[in-house]
Design a protein around this ligand. Structure first.
Ligand code: LLP
Length: 858
């Protein structure tokens, strides 16, 4: 009998076998395991890109272009072989010849059956593994090349056995174990994705095929462990593309992993879990690019005793169908009747929620759900109830063992969505998943918000590891704008700048210039204005003017400060957007000749004489609030800003009567928005509103451009913004488009420095007291904003202590951060609060007669 538990199965995907560097990593891991007395079984995919090329080959061959399609495939293998110091034409002679023959066959018959397609696709794995095994052997690591089809057999539980998406038998396989004992005293290397049908033909495992192959092999060998090597270091608590504060999940139980994989986490195919769970094999997801980093461990054991939220995910393109009828009340059999048409049309239901008189079901996005199919379904359902279909919803799911017990924590996070309808709430019977369905465009924002409020690390956390941003994989950091955080580089200067007793804002003018130039340099933006309400420091105003931006002001005092600090700006480069300001400010602004935006009827109605001969812009309320917090959403039925659409006609009449011309329209609907599509919607809305207003030349899309925040929102992608603006301009060539960002220009350029005054520990919490608090930075108290906080004095020390960072103000809300991971902190240390450049000092107060932080530039 073989020592079965001795096997470790390693699976590598197409991106992990594409170069010599990748193969060195595979070798290191395999050799390491071998030295530790394990037997290694490697499963891997075709080289990245080859499966797609083979998939296309059949089509090309039908069209008579087989040779042109084959050559790049051969060439790619020759390339990798050369890098590995191998000769592809010798090693792969059989596969190359087979492929040519198969392609020629298709070209002749003009028919690519699923059988032939499977045969062709399988070559990708066969070729790649031939090279891999030869190279490992050349390195002295004895490796037996196994044809996976001789070990994996497709299940036959239907009359027609498919070719392209089969499941395989995976009970512990003593024959295979005995065979390997005999033939493979060293390690084994084989293909993912392929298997054999009982009739001998090649079959494919379909989507997630290689992961599934590895899980099957692990189960068949009763392996000790399964390692899935991929290009991310395991599962994350959210999609890192949505929030950089997504945290690596250190450990998951099988059922949590299954739930997350099914929610579309993308790291692992959900099919992979069942075989290893049944066999009780521990599984790890690891990253080839970071081989030394611990990934996610998946096993029967939960990571900790208490219920814990593990992840928040969002699914788009969800469709809701509601059936309403009073025939349901106390009637039996209604649900069976209601679900029957779904079954008949092969439509799979994801979530269900019912009341006494209605049933709502959700359908996941699925290309097979054609409009025709939905209409037919609707017609059938209409026979038993009144049917409503809502398209394009988003399902946001909270996943973790015992989510039900965590419900009470979710309240504050949901509060921000009071404006938006929750279309459906569903709690899974397995208590692993709670899902809410909202309108499509709210999904990402809700997901981020729930994630960032609810997923907080604890000291010595067994569940969560580093955040995506900390791991340094943040895609935003690849953007040209994102140098490493400037304050890390200028740390020594900052430590010197922090006053011994007080606090100070410090602004980095290089960062201001970089951001302002990025906006001024947008190819398709006609003009950019810096919203100085974010930060009115004169050096910043001068820097943005030098970079080519104008300035947007909200009070006459701001207009004067802008003119004083940047005298090179003409009145024409200043935009004045007052709200409920007194008459005198309008009169003065018109005298100065700056652009003036009106956001109500009152000025035109009551002071018409001011506007004779003037050009003005109208601010419109698009009725659709956006932004990071309800306090910064400046549109919607309750907002005090802007004219409602049905007031525009009256404004036009009043302007005409006063002798004024309306030359611009403006919308600013909120602050802290990361999706460029927002400004596209605004642009479309404004150009529609402008259709009947022939003097309008300018459409001002407002500000609100988001930055990277510790709470998750991401810096707006200026390249994507530019592309969007280009499309907008192409669609509406008659208009100039303007933007007026504030936060984007300055937030990341500023930090708040403050000394630690005292510390305190209670049985439940640690407190770090600073020389300043909400009197200098009110954003955490006012918006629940999360600013990064570090101990600048002890930047290199291990952060394994958790504390609330508080100020000296007599208010419980005087907290700059709660539950933050820090190194143990002491009196006199310098603490740094990040993203302090926008809406920091400008919103400061003298509450408690405490001077707020002063300002310096660096
Ligand atoms: N334009 C108008 C008409 C605005 O009202 C604002 C901001 C902006 C532009 C600039 O928005 P930004 O690009 O900075 O998001 N105190 C809050 C933000 C309030 C924003 C008020 N209006 C905060 O700290 O988040």
């Amino acid at each position: 009998m073989s020592d079965a538990r001795n096997w470790t199965v390693l699976k590598f995907g197409g991106t992990s076998v594409k170069s010599l560097a990748d193969w060195r990593i595979i070798h290191k891991r395999a050799a390491g395991l071998k030295a530790a007395g394990k037997r290694v079984f490697i499963v891997h995919s075709a080289i990245r890109g080859i499966s797609d090329a083979l998939d296309a080959l059949a089509g090309q061959a039908v069209a008579g272009r087989a040779d042109a399609a084959l050559e790049p495939i051969f060439e790619r293998h020759r390339e990798l072989a050369a890098e590995l110091d191998l000769d592809a034409d010798t090693l792969l002679a059989v596969e190359f010849a087979d492929l040519s023959r198969l392609a020629a066959g298709i070209a002749l018959t003009r028919d690519a059956s699923p059988r032939l397609k499977a045969e062709i696709m399988a070559k990708g794995e066969l070729m790649a593994t031939r090279l891999g095994a030869a190279w490992l052997n050349a390195q002295g690591l004895a490796t037996h090349w196994l044809d996976a089809r001789d070990a994996l057999t497709a299940q036959t539980d239907g009359p027609v056995q498919g070719y392209l998406a089969v499941d395989c038998d995976h009970a512990c396989d003593d024959d295979l174990l005995a065979r390997l004992d005999e033939e493979a005293s060293g390690g084994v290397l084989t293909q993912g994705f392929i298997a054999r049908r009982r009739d001998g033909d090649t079959a494919l495992l379909g989507r997630g095929g290689s992961d599934t192959s590895a899980a099957y092999f692990a189960a068949k060998l009763d392996a000790e462990a399964l390692e899935i090597w991929t290009d991310v270091p395991g599962f994350f608590s959210a999609d890192p593309r949505l929030t950089g504060s997504a945290r690596q999940i250190k450990a998951l139980s099988y059922d949590e992993a299954q739930e997350l994989a099914s929610m579309g986490a993308g790291v692992l195919h959900p099919r992979t879990i069942a075989p290893v769970r049944r066999a009780g094999i521990e599984m790890q997801v690891l990253c080839t690019q970071r081989p030394d980093m611990a990934g996610t461990r998946i096993s029967a054991a939960p990571s900790e005793d208490a219920p814990r939220l593990k992840a928040v995910s969002v699914k788009h393109g969800v469709r809701l169908i509601t059936l309403e009828t009073d025939g349901m009340w106390r009637a039996s059999g209604f649900l069976a009747q209601a679900f029957e048409p779904f079954a008949r049309h092969g439509v799979s239901i994801d979530l269900v929620s019912t009341s006494e008189t209605s049933v709502t079901v959700s359908l996941d996005a699925d290309p097979s759900l054609t409009t025709d199919l939905i209409e037919t379904l609707e017609t059938d359902l209409a026979r038993i109830a009144q049917v409503t279909v809502i398209e394009n919803c988003a399902a946001v799911s909270l996943v973790g063992r015992g989510v039900r017990a965590l419900l009470a924590q979710f309240g504050p996070a949901m509060e921000a969505f009071a404006h938006y309808p929750l279309r459906l709430v569903s709690q899974a019977a397995n208590d692993l998943n709670l899902t809410v369905v909202v309108d499509g465009d709210q999904g990402v924002a809700l997901c981020r918000r729930l994630h960032d409020q609810l997923i907080q690390p604890k000291p010595l956390d067994k569940t969560f590891g580093a955040s995506w941003r900390e791991i340094g994989e943040s895609p935003a950091q690849e953007s040209a704008l994102a140098a490493p955080l400037w304050w890390r580089q200028k740390r020594e200067a900052l430590l010197d700048l922090c006053p011994a007793e007080g606090a100070r804002y410090v602004y980095d003018l290089d960062t201001v210039r970089a951001r302002a130039s990025a906006i001024a340099g947008l190819k398709h933006l006609d003009r950019g204005f810096y919203a100085m309400k974010a930060n009115g420091h004169p050096d910043i105003l001068q820097a943005v003017a030098e970079a080519g931006m104008g300035i947007e002001c909200v009070s006459l005092a701001e207009v004067r400060a802008a003119m004083g600090a940047a005298p090179q700006l003409t009145a024409e480069q200043i935009l004045f957007t007052p709200n409920f300001a007194p008459r005198s400010e309008y009169a003065e602004a018109l005298k100065l000749g700056v652009h003036l935006t009106l956001d109500g009827l009152h000025p035109l109605k009551h002071w018409p004489d001011l506007f004779a001969g003037a050009s003005v812009t109208l601010r419109i309320n698009p009725q659709r609030p956006e932004g990071h917090h309800k306090h910064v959403r400046t549109a919607g039925p309750e907002a005090k800003f802007g004219l409602h659409a049905d007031e525009v006609a009256e404004a036009v009449e009043l302007a005409k009567a006063a002798g004024a011309t309306i030359t611009g329209l403006h919308v600013h609907s909120g602050s802290g928005i990361s999706d460029p599509e927002h400004w596209r919607r605004v642009g479309q809305f404004l150009s529609e509103t402008a259709r009947d207003l022939s003097d309008v030349k300018v459409l001002d899309l407002g500000g609100g451009l988001g930055v990277d925040e510790a709470s998750g929102p991401r810096r707006i992608d200026t390249d994507a913004l530019d592309i969007m603006l280009g499309e907008l301009k192409a669609a509406f060539p008659d208009y100039e488009f303007w933007l007026e960002p504030g936060r984007f220009i300055v937030a990341e350029a500023g930090v708040l420095l403050a000394r630690v005054t005292q510390t305190k520990s209670t049985p439940d919490a640690n407190f770090v007291g600073l020389a300043t608090g909400m009197n200098s930075l009110i954003r955490p108290a006012l918006y629940g904003a999360r600013h990064e906080i570090v101990n600048l004095t002890r930047l290199e020390e291990n952060a394994d202590w958790i504390a609330d960072i508080v100020g000296p103000i007599c208010e419980s809300a005087d907290k700059l951060g709660t539950q933050r991971l820090l190194p143990e902190t002491h009196e006199g240390d310098v603490m740094l609060v990040g993203n302090g450049g926008a809406y920091g000092r400008v919103m400061a107060s003298h509450y408690n007669m405490r001077e707020p932080a002063d300002e310096a530039v660096i």
